[in-house]
Design a protein around this ligand. Structure first.
Ligand code: ADP
Length: 594
């Protein structure tokens, strides 16, 4: 997916449009009954539109040929017939609009669910390379356009086809020369539609991408509002936003230019067609080959035809948006989840937590910088292993490979002797708890966030978990206790409080393996002490891999592994490594001086 790169206008061939429609068809298939009903309604309204010129023709001819035949009763009957027909057409029009739109929203809803489900399967690599704003725009405005297109497209095509054929036959029944004159203009219009349609679609695609960029910009700026304010960078943010917004205006201007060109051409053709029918019709009347009734009816039929041509214009705009939306939908759905369950993956039970890295290599981008190079490591079950080393050495990367957030390029990672690739992702991840420096809490209440670790947790379990995490006292002191609303990402809580909630969440999950990624490094001394105590309680009886920034916190670890860009430089207990006088002892001495 080209989520982050400006998208080049794509030349969508007819073949490609058809194949994209094929991607959409499974969604439409479930609603074919509704679609048939909607099309029947379209046929009724189209027939009603066609009936009026025929009525006018009937009345005019009767008036011209024998005015006595135009009795009040006859006029009344014709009018009543038309009113009754129009009444049915009104009901049909209501059903067409209502059922058509409901069908559209149902399709939109299904597509959005499929897209969301698919996004849940995609790996971190995908999200590392894709802007959330772009995804949001694909899931909202793109799908809305598809929904609109989904029901208007068949309606418009059907309506236009009916009116075109009906008009042609009526014209031909009146005078074939008039029919030829009117319909000879059609190919020009169709060619024009096709030509400008491609240009419009390209610019629509660009503007869609730009909306995604604007969304991404807004999201970045609003989520980072604290950083923006602390650097007093409001002006820079505004400028960056204005640039994106301006670019959007430019792209939109371009697409409106094509649209306006189109509209003005159609207006010109409208006039030409009218005057042609008036001129040719009047001449035919003059030479006696057309009667006044046919002349009047042909003028009204031209209006109906022009209405259809206008709906081709609307249709081509909507077609552009709908196809572009489907294309962008398909791009996401075609994104292959690169981390999935292998065909013979099994659930694991009674996990002890013995972890082995066997000759593991990893790089974020294939062929680029290797982060882990033929790494071997054993973390015995129930042990507490600490990972230390310079920033960028690959500590977090190593931790992320265990729950398969990223996939090792080569080598094996074993959990209780079983290759993690042969364990279902669901059961692997449910046996691993992660507490990271950057706590993510969902907007909602404290309870909502706690039970995220165990949706069916009882009140007693929640209380026990928060007590163990050292969070119970501060939660109880809040006005609404567990039901306190914590704001987006928990903005209403301190860093230490958030961290203790995240620890309680893991207590509830109760996994045998624990990954602690610099969980205390962003905290002040007081909070750090409290969180550290909670973490120690959490690690009891679990295999724990701790990435530590503050070295004093891991002195008691069973084993300390020093990971540098060149791999594992040294490992051993705190006292062994201090005696060795290597990297760890230097780091520790520097840390002690600080
Ligand atoms: P540490 O935890 O030891 O500080 P990391 O594992 O976070 O190190 O990072 C190791 C290297 O991988 C760094 O060079 C970093 O720039 C790179 N890196 C980390 N995350 C990503 C990512 N999502 N995509 C690409 N490179 C990454």
């Amino acid at each position: 997916m080209k989520g982050n790169k400006p998208e080049e206008p794509k030349k969508n061939s007819m073949k490609k449009s058809f194949s994209l429609m094929g991607r959409f068809f499974p969604y439409l298939r479930k609603h074919l009954g509704t679609e048939a009903l909607v099309l029947c309604c379209v046929a009724v309204t189209a027939a009603c539109d066609i009936a009026l010129p025929l009525i006018v023709r009937e009345i005019t001819n009767a008036g011209v040929e024998d005015i006595a035949s135009l009795t009040l009763k006859r006029i009344l009957l014709i009018c009543l017939f038309y009113i009754a027909f129009k009444g049915v057409a009104c009901i049909a029009s209501y059903c067409q609009a209502y059922f058509g739109h409901v069908m559209g929203i149902k399709i939109e809803n299904r597509m959005r669910e499929d897209m969301f489900d698919h996004l849940q399967k995609l790996s971190f690599t995908f999200f590392d390379n894709t802007k959330v704003g772009q995804l949001m725009s694909r899931m909202t405005s793109d799908l809305f356009d598809i929904a609109e297109w989904a029901h208007h497209f068949p309606e418009m095509v059907f309506n236009t086809v009916i009116k075109f054929f009906a008009s042609f036959f009526i014209f031909a029944s009146m005078d074939w020369r008039l029919a030829v004159c009117v319909f000879a203009m059609m190919p020009f219009m169709i060619i024009l539609t096709k030509k400008t349609r491609t240009k419009m679609r390209d610019t629509f695609r660009q503007s869609r991408h730009q909306v995604g960029e604007i969304n991404a910009r807004i999201e970045d700026s609003l989520l980072g509002v604290r950083v923006v304010r602390s650097f007093t960078n409001e002006k820079t943010e505004k400028e960056k936003f204005s640039d994106g917004n301006k670019e959007y205006v430019d792209i939109k201007k371009k697409s409106y230019r094509y649209m306006s060109k189109f509209h003005s051409t159609v207006t010109m053709l409208d006039g030409t067609m009218y005057i042609a029918v008036v001129g040719v019709g009047a001449y035919f009347m003059h030479i006696g080959v057309t009667n006044p009734g046919d002349f009047a009816a042909s003028l009204l039929l031209v209006s109906t035809l022009l209405g259809s041509i206008r709906s081709i214009v609307d249709f081509s705009e909507q077609f552009s948006r709908g196809i572009t939306g489907i294309e962008r939908f398909a791009e996401i759905m075609d994104e292959v989840p690169d981390i999935t369950d292998s065909p013979d993956a099994v659930d694991i039970k009674d996990v002890k937590g013995d972890i082995v890295f066997k000759d593991v290599s990893f790089s974020y981008v294939k062929g680029e910088k290797t982060i882990l190079n033929h790494l071997d490591l054993h973390i015995p079950s129930g042990s507490n292993v600490a990972l230390v080393g310079p920033s960028g050495g690959g500590k977090t990367t190593l931790c992320n490979l265990i729950p398969r957030f990223y996939e090792a390029e080569s080598g094996d990672i074993l959990l209780d002797g079983k290759n993690i690739k042969d364990i279902t992702l669901q059961s692997l991840r449910s046996n691993i708890g992660v507490v990271a420096q950057d706590v993510y809490l969902f907007s909602g209440t404290i309870r909502d966030n706690l039970i995220y670790g165990k949706p069916k947790a009882t009140e007693e379990e929640i209380i026990e978990a928060t007590k163990k995490a050292g969070a119970y006292d501060f939660i109880s002191a809040l006005p609404d206790g567990f039901d306190t609303y914590i704001g987006e990402r928990g903005v209403k809580l301190s860093g230490g409080q958030k961290q203790r909630i995240s620890i309680a969440r893991v207590f509830l999950k109760n996994p045998p393996v624990l990954l602690l990624d610099e969980a205390t490094s962003a905290l002040d001394n007081e909070s750090e002490k409290l969180v550290q105590e909670s973490l120690e309680r959490l690690s009891e009886g679990r295999t724990t891999l701790t990435i530590a920034h503050r070295l004093t916190t891991i002195r008691n670890a069973d084993e300390i592994v020093v990971l540098t860009e060149d791999g594992i430089a040294e490992h051993g207990s705190h006292s062994e490594l201090m005696q060795k006088g290597g990297i760890y002892s230097n780091m520790y001495s520097m840390y002690a001086v600080m």
